[in-house]
Design a protein around this ligand. Structure first.
Ligand code: 0RQ
Length: 502
């Protein structure tokens, strides 16, 4: 067990993944560690999937409810979906097969704000948690746990589950000790107290997770990498959006609405977010901080160049190269990276107090500024709301970014009316496409519509949007606040479903 499993009692519970999976029964609810492909268990889910397949072959039902931090990896969501082993899943999914099963109605999916999950579990809103399966980097002699590359909901799963299975992954650097800040001060209303976090890198908790050793039914040793998803190379569109965003930040600094060191940054996952971070690399802003939920390669680059002085997050979402860079040189990042539970990394109170600059992707926006981040044509889920709502609504300044078209131009990302609402017109401040930027702050709905159509819509769709807006105003003189033609508002989506083109 080397320097990884130092507690004698828990070392005595070491077993194989297959034996550990015997501890999970049909119909049970399992809380897994894992957030954006980092820190999920690597061995027990596959062993559980094997049990499920065997049961199904004998004509028996064997499915579980799975709760996680956010998206996981093929090792977890992938294998359980392949085994048709999930009945219900929350809160955020990025696995393609599981997405298919959710959209076909096979799996129930509960898509909640990431900051809400832990408290809803504590409130009892989701029912009981039978088992927690949590990856750690080490078990110390006193039984404390060194977390790995994500914290997610691990604290809550360890506390609320009846039984606990630990995976000790030696691929994760042993040097992770000291990178985490686990806040143990949360209470249920009406006993809640303010969260005394006033700067992004402040420590308010412990470096370790706690577990009641009585509950630990199995300890499994693994040596397996995180998902480490490759990033797409920066394309022209994302570079254009990044330039627009950086220029806008400059404009805000010039107008004294932002300090030259900006405010703590939050960037969603994906191509555009990474491009924005790359844009900041070449910009003049110094002494930046980030208060975010996942650390992509772009943030490591900014730390390496000294532009960024610290990052608070709940997880990593690195490429293979990024993970190697971090793991090989982990001590270099100590004190400059802090991983927290997702209820704290995404906490509305903290996001509001720190005054974040929140940058998130979207599926579509409408002319009045409502944003859809989750559904295609109103019904089919893409991923989920993730942390976008936690951050956007409570940020100092929020951005929603997307190319102006999707599916090679067959779809306009700017539509008369969004087919699903995740972020309402009341929450959305700045919309960016490769065509331009619409600053919606302080504008009435009709002023927003003019700006979004002029600045953000693709030229192929701009005139049709302007025409819709004109006719809506003409036909609804009694309802000029937010004029809509209700029979036509979703006709672009209907046309897409019927003809494959908006
Ligand atoms: O599908 O790959 O099959 O072609 O949606 O779109 O353009 O690659 O953009 O990877 O940045 O994802 C909103 C999904 C954008 C993401 C979303 C199709 C498009 C493609 C992906 P294909 P892109 P991105 C922190 C914050 C919610 C969670 C969040 C997301 C696929 O940003 O999940 O913000 N956000 N979390 O073709 C039909 C449209 C479309 C469309 C794009 N208008 N209609 N399909 N697509 N626009 C992170 C976490 O919370 C963990």
């Amino acid at each position: 067990t080397g320097d990884r499993i130092l507690d004698r009692t828990l070392a005595g519970r070491m077993t194989s993944a297959a034996e550990a999976a015997e501890q999970i029964g049909p119909g049970e609810t399992v809380g897994f560690s894992g957030f954006t492909g980092a820190g999920h268990p690597k061995a027990v889910p596959a062993a559980l999937a094997a049990r499920m397949r065997a049961a199904h072959a004998d004509g028996e039902e064997f499915r579980v409810q799975a709760w996680t931090g956010a998206s996981t990896a093929p090792d977890l969501d992938g294998v359980l979906a392949e085994a048709h082993g999930l009945s219900k899943r929350l809160p955020y999914n990025g696995d393609p097969l599981l997405r298919q099963q959710i959209n076909s109605g096979e799996v129930e999916y509960v898509d909640v704000h990431l900051s809400h999950v832990a408290q809803h579990s504590w409130f009892g809103f989701y029912g009981d948690l039978d088992v927690a399966v949590v990856e750690v980097a080490a078990i110390l002699p006193n039984g404390l746990l060194v977390p790995t590359s994500s914290v997610g909901n691990n604290k809550t799963w360890l506390e609320n589950a009846d039984r606990v299975i630990l995976e000790v992954n030696s691929w994760q650097p042993r040097g992770f000790e000291g990178f985490h800040d686990i806040y143990y001060g949360t209470r249920l209303p009406p006993q809640r107290a303010p969260i005394q976090l006033t700067t992004p890198m402040q420590r308010i908790g412990d470096p370790y997770l706690r577990v009641d050793p009585e509950k630990v039914v199995a300890v499994v040793a693994t040596d397996h990498p995180d998902r480490n998803s490759p990033l797409r190379p920066l394309d022209e569109d994302s570079r254009a959006m990044a330039d627009l965003l950086v220029d806008f930040l400059r404009h805000e600094v010039r107008n004294d609405r932002l300090h030259p060191s900006l405010l703590p940054l939050q960037a969603g996952v994906g191509n555009v977010a990474n491009a924005v971070l790359a844009g900041l690399q070449d910009a003049e802003f110094e002494h930046l901080t980030a208060y975010t939920e996942t650390i992509q390669d772009g943030l490591l680059d900014l730390l390496d160049s000294g532009k960024l002085i610290g990052v608070s997050s709940t997880s990593f979402g690195l490429s293979e190269e990024g993970a190697r860079r971090f793991n090989d040189d982990i001590h270099h990042y100590k004190g400059r990276i802090l991983l927290r539970p997702q209820e704290i990394s995404n906490h509305p109170e903290v996001v509001r107090r720190l005054g974040l600059i929140a940058i998130n992707g979207m599926v579509e926006a409408d002319i009045y500024g409502n944003v859809n981040s989750t559904h295609v044509a109103g019904s089919a889920i893409v991923n989920g709301i993730g942390g976008s709502g936690d951050f956007a609504r409570n940020a100092y300044l929020n951005f929603f970014v997307s190319p102006s078209t999707a599916k090679n131009g067959a779809i306009s990302s700017i539509v008369p009316f969004v087919s699903h609402v995740d972020h309402t017109e009341h929450d959305v401040q700045v919309v960016i496409t490769e065509q331009g930027l619409a600053d919606l702050r302080g504008l009435s709905p009709r002023a927003r519509a003019r700006k979004i159509i002029d600045r953000c819509a693709h030229p192929d769709y701009r005139d049709r949007l302007a025409d819709y807006f004109e006719r809506a105003q003409r036909e609804r003189p009694d309802a000029m606040h937010t004029p809509h033609l209700l029979g036509e508002a979703l006709s672009w989506h209907r046309s897409y479903l019927e003809t494959g083109h908006m």
